[in-house]
Ligand binder design. Structure first.
Ligand code: MG
Length: 169
C-alpha cells in the first residue's frame, strides 16, 4: 500500500464562442452537465473544462502524463469526445496506483451564465463519475469581475485540487 497521501492540481481554459446554428461554439458542458447558454467552448473534445481540470488534477497527483499527452487533440478518436471518458481513465489510473479520493475542490470562473442553479447537479454527476460520495466533491463558481477575457465572457477557466489517500487506509 502506498504510504503517503498525494495532492494534485489541475487547470483548464477554453475560449467561448456563440453556439447557435452554424456558429463555432459547442454546447456548454461542465461536469458532464449541458448548461443552457448562448456561448460554448472551442474544443476538439466536448470542451468540458471542469472535467478536464479534474482529470489533470488526478493525473498530476499520481505523477502520470497530463490529459493533453494521454488524449491528444490531433487524435481523431478524441473528436467531440465525451470528457467523462478522460475522467474515468484518470480515475482508473488512480485506483491502479493504489489510491482513492480523499476530497476534491474545484473553482469555475466565468462571467456568464450563473452557475449556482447547476452546482448540485454538476457535483452529483462528478461524484458519480469518480465513484465517490458527493460530500467528497466541492464546486465553486466565481465571476471575473468584468476583467480581461474571462470577464468579457470570451473564456471559461477551471482550477481544481484533489487529495488522494492510500486505498484501504
Ligand atoms: Mg480542456
Amino acid at each position: 500500500m502506498p504510504p503517503h497521501n498525494r495532492i494534485g492540481h489541475g487547470y483548464d481554459l477554453h475560449r467561448l464562442e456563440p453556439n447557435g446554428d452554424g456558429q463555432p461554439g459547442r454546447p456548454l458542458m461542465l461536469g458532464g452537465v449541458e448548461i443552457q447558454h448562448d456561448r460554448g467552448p472551442i474544443a476538439h473534445s466536448d470542451g468540458d473544462a471542469l472535467l478536464h481540470a479534474v482529470t489533470d488534477a488526478l493525473l498530476g497527483a499520481i505523477g502520470a502524463p497530463d490529459i493533453g499527452q494521454l488524449f491528444p487533440d490531433n487524435d481523431p478518436r478524441n473528436e467531440s469526445q465525451n470528457s467523462v471518458v478522460f475522467l474515468e481513465a484518470a480515475m482508473q489510473r488512480v485506483r491502479d496506483a493504489g489510491f482513492t479520493i480523499g476530497n476534491l475542490d474545484a473553482t469555475i470562473i466565468c462571467e456568464r451564465p450563473k452557475l449556482s442553479p447547476h452546482k448540485d447537479l454538476m457535483r452529483a454527476n462528478l461524484a458519480a463519475g469518480l465513484g465517490v460520495a458527493e460530500d467528497q466533491v466541492n464546486i465553486k463558481g466565481k465571476t471575473h469581475e468584468g476583467v480581461d477575457a474571462l470577464g468579457r465572457n470570451e473564456a471559461i477557466e477551471v482550477h481544481c485540487v484533489v487529495l488522494l489517500v492510500p486505498d484501504g487506509a
